[in-house]
Design a binder for this molecule. Structure first.
Ligand code: IYR
Length: 228
């Protein structure tokens, strides 16, 4: 921890980054991109177990994300219990069945075709861990009074991104699953009234021979505009 000082009555600590030469910064940025580019969403998981400590560390990384007024408006539920996983699978498949049989538009179904998704979600029972991220639009104090959080979707989206990167770095894979609607998660996991399900993320190792769709990422020219 760095040197501390008070600024307008609040405690601050000195913060310094490693100082790399510009060529090192260039190499690092390229290496990071190439590594991130290797992350893929996987839909077929092995049931190979994973130590809880690994998941603990991944969640600690996710929770380093910035958040509005540093409220950290997220809660992570980690499910390993087989019975609970089955209940989640059953409830998700019930919703997904309806989505794939009429709730999703023709265009949506066509867009999903190349990804090979359907209403069957075996990974919800096979993956050793299910992580459910909840967002907290407000906190409740001891008297039950509501205190709003800020930029909740942005904050929780960032934490989800950090979570996926930590999973990738650890050598594991994940699937950002969005059963819709997902209020069954509030019920099954008995969450408090100030939490809303945000993402359901199975985590594990991929099956031995894994195939993922051949996707192309948009080139830089298509995603970025520089204003010099
Ligand atoms: N939630 C459904 C459908 C689905 C929607 C999108 I957009 C995807 O990128 C993938 C799936 C499901 O999980 O199957």
């Amino acid at each position: 921890m760095g040197k501390k000082k008070l600024i307008e009555g609040y405690e601050y600590e000195s913060y310094s980054k490693e100082s790399y030469s510009e060529s090192e910064v260039l190499i690092r940025s390229k290496r990071y991109f190439e590594w991130m580019d290797k992350r893929r969403t996987v839909r077929k998981f092995s049931d190979r177990p994973i130590a809880k400590e690994i998941i603990d560390n991944i969640l600690r990384s996710a929770s380093t994300a910035p958040s509005g007024a540093h409220k950290q408006p997220w809660a992570f539920c980690v499910i390993t219990n087989a019975d609970l996983k089955k209940q989640i699978r059953d409830a998700a498949e019930k919703e997904e069945y309806d989505s794939y049989h009429g709730r999703m538009s023709e265009e949506w179904m066509k867009d999903l075709k190349p990804l090979g998704t359907d209403w069957n979600k075996p990974f919800l029972e096979v993956a050793p861990y299910l992580i459910v991220i909840f967002k907290k639009p407000y906190n409740l104090d001891k008297e039950g009074k509501k205190h709003n959080n800020y930029y909740v979707n942005e904050s929780v989206g960032l934490a989800a991104g950090f979570l996926l990167t930590a999973i990738h770095d650890a050598g594991l894979v994940a699937l950002t699953h969005t059963p819709s609607p997902m209020n069954f998660l509030t019920r099954l996991l008995k969450r408090p009234e100030n939490e809303r399900p945000f993402l359901l993320i199975p985590v594990g190792y991929p099956v031995d021979e894994t195939f993922v769709p051949c996707l192309k990422r948009k080139p830089l020219e298509e995603i970025a505009t520089y204003y010099d």
